[in-house]
Ligand binder design. Structure first.
Ligand SMILES: [Zn+2]
Length: 484
């Protein structure tokens, strides 16, 4: 074997001045080189085979090429885990090795396997290891601040996009390896593509592009502004749509631009300049058109909704998820339960706006401050009822309303609403993956799933706030942060 490689090296050096070494096999000059008297027995056999069956040269070439490429790409990591919550039927495993090959989990083996030469082992023996967390409601393009209401006139799209990159990285560092971005100016689509290309670090992103809203509704950022600054007024291309025809066009336009799902503002909202946050905005026929058009294009619909009537209309129309659901009645909760509609409560945003309204004078314009008061306690009470009724709950924070990277605060708020730790964990893993249509790929640790893996200090099943202490994040098989 050594002699063969020596001969190979000689052949290479002789020909590589002019061309690639592999081409020797292709040109047929190789047999004459191999007929050298110094050839070993295997080399002679190859030589005879090549002469008799010329196609074998091609076969060997492709085998060598494939093997060399596999060895270049293939990367294996062993994670030695003290405690694992795989979020599958097996609740908890202790003292195991997760074998990661490339970007997938190959298998989970009992005990701490000794890594073969060249394989890295990561010591997580004193940690709890979980699937990467999933946040079903973020806005990576912006972050609420005192200057938010003037930024729409001062910040250009490129600046907004660059800032979004920073927010995406913070989100990933907090242990969130997958998110749904529920609305921005459109940079969220570019951000998703940039992350997928590996240009910038960030979580896996499913994005809604721009929010669909009625004229003067929650997504109409021209509300409250001088009319001449928005002339002509925003139309379906930017998500402002009235009537079924415009709604149909708006859905198709967002999907054409690259949206993975549709976000609709079914009622007013807290942070927009409109007077009321609870009134229903879209009529039944508009919501039905949005849901049906989205379904025709293979995407789902997430509905922002605070008031009960708007929540009811959206659920009846068949949206996949109700976001916030602040003033949901028991009757409407039962509609969600019967239709299998997901509830994404976003407690952290509720508490953030309540606190700012109460304790930070001047943080919000007065029309917003009045709406923001008391939202946090109200959503908490609603989540408690939804949980008791058995409504399907998926984790979502509305990060951007509060600083990105603080998404983990939601866990404590969910516990305060009465949810048990295991159910909270399910909401941020298995449930969220199901809502996004990514079951088996993310949200569980098992053979074949993406190697999106985090480790925390402590045990979330006995102390939910352990999820605020993320010390290790692997996404797609690559270690992103390691602060053990
Ligand atoms: Zn939101």
């Amino acid at each position: 074997m050594r002699r063969f490689s020596k001969a190979g090296a000689k052949v290479c050096s002789r020909f590589s001045k002019n061309n690639n070494c592999f081409q020797i096999f292709l040109r047929g000059t190789h047999s004459s080189v191999l007929s050298d008297l110094r050839l070993s027995l295997p080399e002679r056999i190859l030589s005879i085979l090549f002469t008799k069956y010329p196609t074998m040269r091609f076969l060997l070439f492709w085998v060598l090429l494939t093997v060399s490429q596999i060895s270049l790409i293939s990367q294996t990591t062993y994670l030695h885990c003290g405690r694992v919550l795989p979020m599958t039927d097996t609740r908890e495993q202790t003292n195991v090795t997760i074998v990661v090959e490339n970007n997938r989990i190959a298998r989970i083996e009992p005990g701490y396997l000794t890594p073969p030469p060249g394989v890295t082992a990561v010591d997580l023996k004193s940690k709890t290891v979980l699937p990467g967390l999933i946040d079903c409601h973020v806005h990576l393009e912006w972050e609420q601040s005192r200057s938010s209401y003037t930024e729409r006139y001062t910040l250009n799209d490129t600046e907004s996009a660059i800032r979004a990159v920073v927010y995406a990285e913070r989100t990933l560092r907090a242990g969130f390896t997958t998110v749904r971005d529920l609305g921005g100016r459109g940079a969220n689509i570019a951000l998703r593509n940039a992350v997928n290309q590996g240009w910038v670090p960030g979580p896996r992103i499913l994005t809604a592009g721009r929010v669909l809203s009625i004229t003067g509704g929650h997504g109409d950022t021209s509300t409250g502004s001088r009319e001449d600054l928005f002339d002509p007024p925003p139309g379906f291309e930017v998500g402002i749509a009235d009537g079924p025809d415009a709604c149909r066009a708006a859905v198709r336009h967002q999907v054409k631009r690259g949206a993975d799902l549709i976000k609709v503002a079914a009622t007013g909202g807290v942070l927009s300049m409109a007077r009321d946050g609870r009134l229903p905005h879209y009529a039944e026929d508009e919501l039905q058109t949005i849901v049906r058009t989205a379904a025709d294009l293979g995407v789902s619909v997430a509905a922002h909704a605070h008031g009960d009537e708007g929540i009811r209309r959206a659920a009846v129309a068949g949206v996949a998820s109700i976001e916030h659901g602040t003033f949901m009645s028991d009757e409407t909760l039962l509609i969600l339960k019967n239709k299998g509609t997901w509830y994404v409560p976003t407690l952290t945003a509720g508490w953030a706006v309540s606190d700012s309204a109460q304790f930070a004078p001047g943080f919000f314009p007065e029309v917003v401050r009045e709406k923001a008061m008391g939202i946090g306690p109200k959503i908490t009470e609603t989540l408690g009822r939804a949980y008791k009724h058995g409504v399907k709950i998926a984790f979502g924070t509305d990060a951007g309303v509060f600083p990105h990277g603080k998404n983990n605060l939601e866990f404590q708020f969910m516990a305060n609403a009465g949810m048990k730790p295991w159910d909270i964990l399910l909401s941020a893993t298995v449930n969220a993956a199901e809502l996004m249509g990514m079951q088996g790929k993310v949200g569980t640790l098992g053979s074949g799933s993406f190697a999106d893996i985090i480790a925390v200090d402590g045990n979330p099943l006995t102390d939910i706030r352990a999820l605020e202490r993320v010390v290790f994040v692997m996404k797609n098989g690559a270690v992103f942060s390691d602060e053990r």
